[in-house]
Design a binder for this molecule. Structure first.
Ligand code: GLN
Length: 274
């Protein structure tokens, strides 16, 4: 009798082990903890305001974030909204200058920064990043028929960028490092102001990420785009180093959106294939 019970127990245990394997597989998106965003732990997640997920951005970066009337829309805004819904939180968006995003996340004033933000080693010292959800490269916007015909004409020209961005960092570097020197580069508060300065002839070109470059050129007559030699950048969401629990949950939600195709759907809504 004892023997039969032992055999039955063994069969049950093996079956349970297999069932466990199966459920782990369906949960493959959540590599970090295995926790699904629907797990009970989600409701306990710490955020700046209870029940809300506060994303901070700079809403002058179409198609990732920009204003339509009073509303902030774009790829980042919509993806953040889908993430918030998965976590059972209400999305709130704060709009600040780009170089105020990381300090605001570091102090915990905002839960996460999402602003077409490139992952760099320097930023990694200050904040944690999610997995990447998009890529970008820097482009140069010039006046159609202006004095800059190719990237070789940039030396000694007045270059506009957005302050605190990778465009500023690359362009203001020394010529030995592929830049144009700090004194030739102006950091504007945002992309719209840089493009405005180009239109009115205060500067000769604007270095900015490719998708916003396309959006600004499409919305303005007399401008065109040149490519730069700068390599592909990875965009990711940043978090305070003190809230890795939120980082994990958001990352899991982001990966679920990637796997389900919902992320791509949002991208396709805003970026039409060339
Ligand atoms: N990708 C660039 C950076 O992270 C620009 C981002 C932005 O201006 N919103 O520096």
């Amino acid at each position: 009798m004892k023997k039969i019970t032992a055999i039955i127990m063994a069969v049950v245990m093996i079956a349970a082990a297999f069932a466990g394997c199966g459920s782990n597989k369906t949960d493959s998106a959540n590599k970090n903890t295995g926790k699904k965003t629907t797990d009970a732990t989600v409701s306990e997640v710490k955020t700046a305001t209870k029940g809300k997920l506060t994303m901070v951005t700079n809403a002058e970066f179409p198609p990732y974030e920009y204003k339509e009337g009073d509303k902030i829309i774009g790829i980042d805004a919509e993806v953040a909204d889908l993430i918030a819904k998965k976590l059972g939180l209400e999305l709130e968006i704060a709009d600040v200058d780009f170089d105020s995003i990381i300090p605001g996340v570091q102090t915990g004033k905002y839960d996460m920064g999402m602003a077409g933000m490139t992952v760099t080693d320097e930023r990694k010292q200050k904040v944690n990043f999610s997995d990447s959800y998009a890529t970008g490269v820097q482009s140069i916007i010039v006046k159609d028929g202006g004095s800059i015909k190719s990237i070789d004409d940039l030396k000694g020209k007045k270059i506009g960028t957005q302050q605190g961005t990778t465009g500023y960092i690359y362009a203001s570097d020394t010529p030995e490092n592929g830049g144009y020197g700090e004194k030739n580069v102006i950091g504007y508060q945002n992309g719209a102001l840089a493009v405005e300065a180009l239109k009115s002839g205060k500067i000769d070109c604007v270095i900015i990420d490719n998708e916003p470059a396309k959006a600004y050129v499409a919305a303005t007559t007399g401008l065109k785009i040149l490519d730069t030699p700068y390599t592909k950048e990875q965009y990711a969401i940043c978090f305070s180093k003190d809230n890795s629990e939120l980082q994990t949950l958001v990352n899991n939600a982001l990966n679920e959106l990637k796997d389900s195709g919902e992320l791509q759907k949002v991208v396709d809504k805003y970026i039409k294939a060339d």
